[in-house]
Design a binder for this molecule. Structure first.
Ligand SMILES: C[S@@+](CC[C@H](N)C(=O)[O-])C[C@H]1O[C@@H](n2cnc3c(N)ncnc32)[C@H](O)[C@@H]1O
Ligand SMILES: [Zn+2]
Length: 390
């Protein structure tokens, strides 16, 4: 296998030569995921600061070992990292990478993620699940084996299922109905979170979501996990459904495990399409994001600018309502072209409603302004300003 060296954060890593990123590569390494790894380093740093003890981390899908190496070097207070991978070549290169960086507190094991989770019961403070495609088949053993008070970090790259391009795989893997709306990436994260919450609940565990984002072709969630029957029952109140009217864009959310009986839009009478069960609770913690923004200053990260842009967007939208509107879709339904986003945002703000952009979509508006008022406002802004830029 031909290889070369790259530098990320504080580590130098040997990676296979490749022309195109592919899961068929002898050992998987994707340079585009550097931002994902930088974000993980910040989240783990900030989470570790909230504890009064050192942590044991499991990087269950190690690849070149880059995450495990970075967690060891870039996070103070790490007792040990276990890196796992089923691919013997990955294990070989990951071991070499630990030596290359003079890392002594990382073990690398060739084994299936579920096997390593089950054989290290209750040992891990942090579990990182970064598989090809869906994490669904690793969620139950993660739920069983995370220490109470621990942190779970879970990626999903099967966004076409979670976002509703492929309906049946979402039903099969997550037991949920997706919908291909303009906010389908937000729904996708909520479907993933609801699935995780249900897996945790089986083990009398519940989560507090610290951060989640949808970037490029993947979604990633970070949540702390605690134990307790009563709190677990309460946390399931965050599960529910979102009904959406494809005609007038009205939407409605319902908490509970039973889908809404009424199936028609109260505004225009069109039949609703419904997504769920999904997580209707918070998908990020505003204070945690503010703390992470401070922590970023202490770290050497190549993707700092992109990361801060994302953190700031997520900070702004973190306490907004569920779902957002897309200005282009709204304008299409109004049979007009889009006014400038900033003019619309200013006007919504003037009227005292919550308003933010969203990291999910460049043309998204997250607001609690009633839809009819928003439509009137857009027409008014359109009349007053004749701009076409968004
Ligand atoms: C998306 S890559 C991980 C990339 C790595 N975390 C990084 O940031 O560069 C997925 C890795 O999981 C490994 N893998 C696939 N199925 C596995 C399983 N069931 N248990 C453990 N590892 C697995 C693959 O060999 C591959 O190295
Ligand atoms: Zn309607």
């Amino acid at each position: 296998m031909d290889t070369h060296y790259i530098e990320e954060g504080l580590v130098k890593i040997e990676v296979p030569d490749f022309e195109k990123v592919s899961s068929k590569a002898p050992v998987f390494y994707n340079p585009v995921m550097e931002l994902n790894r930088d974000i993980s380093v910040v989240v783990l740093n900030q989470y570790r600061k909230t504890l009064d003890h050192d942590v044991v981390i499991f990087d269950a899908f190690g690849g070149t070992g880059i995450r495990g190496a970075r967690y060891s070097k870039e996070i103070p207070g790490v007792e040990k990292v276990l890196v796992g991978d089923v691919n013997p070549l990955a294990v070989e290169i990951a071991r070499k990478n630990m030596e290359l960086n003079e890392i002594t507190n990382v073990d690398v094991e060739k084994n299936d993620a579920n096997v390593l989770l089950q054989s290290n019961k209750g040992l891990f403070d942090i579990i990182d699940i970064d598989p090809f495609g869906t994490p669904a088949m690793f969620t139950q053993s993660t739920a069983i084996n995370i220490r109470p008070g621990g942190l779970i970090c879970i990626s999903a790259t099967d966004t076409s299922a979670l976002c509703g391009t492929y309906h049946d795989p979402c039903l099969r893997k997550y037991g949920a109905q997706p919908q291909k709306t303009e906010y389908c990436h937000e729904n996708g994260i909520r479907i993933l979170l609801a699935f995780i919450a249900r897996n945790l609940a089986v083990n009398q565990k519940y989560m507090h979501v610290l951060f989640s984002h949808s970037t490029e072709h993947y979604m990633r969630i970070y949540a702390t996990v605690k134990r307790g029957g009563k709190k677990t029952n309460e946390s399931l109140n965050n599960i529910g459904f979102i009904s959406h009217c494809t005609n007038c864009l009205h939407r409605q959310s319902y908490n509970g495990f039973v889908p809404p009986v009424e199936g028609y839009c109260p505004e225009c009478g069109e039949k609703y399409v419904t997504a769920g069960p999904l997580w209707l609770g918070n998908i990020s913690d505003k204070e945690f994001i503010a703390d992470m923004i401070e922590t970023v200053d202490e770290l050497k990260l190549n993707k700092k600018d992109d990361l801060l842009k994302l953190f700031n967007q997520c900070y702004e939208e973190s306490e907004g309502p569920i779902t957002f509107y897309d200005i282009h879709k709204l304008c299409k339904s109004l049979k007009t072209s889009s006014p400038k986003m900033n003019d619309v945002i200013d006007e919504i703000r003037k009227r005292g409603y919550f308003i933010s952009r969203t990291h999910f979509k460049l043309t998204g508006l997250r607001t609690d302004m009633p839809l009819n008022e928003l439509k009137d406002l857009i027409l008014k802004v359109k009349e007053e300003t004749l701009g076409n830029d968004v």
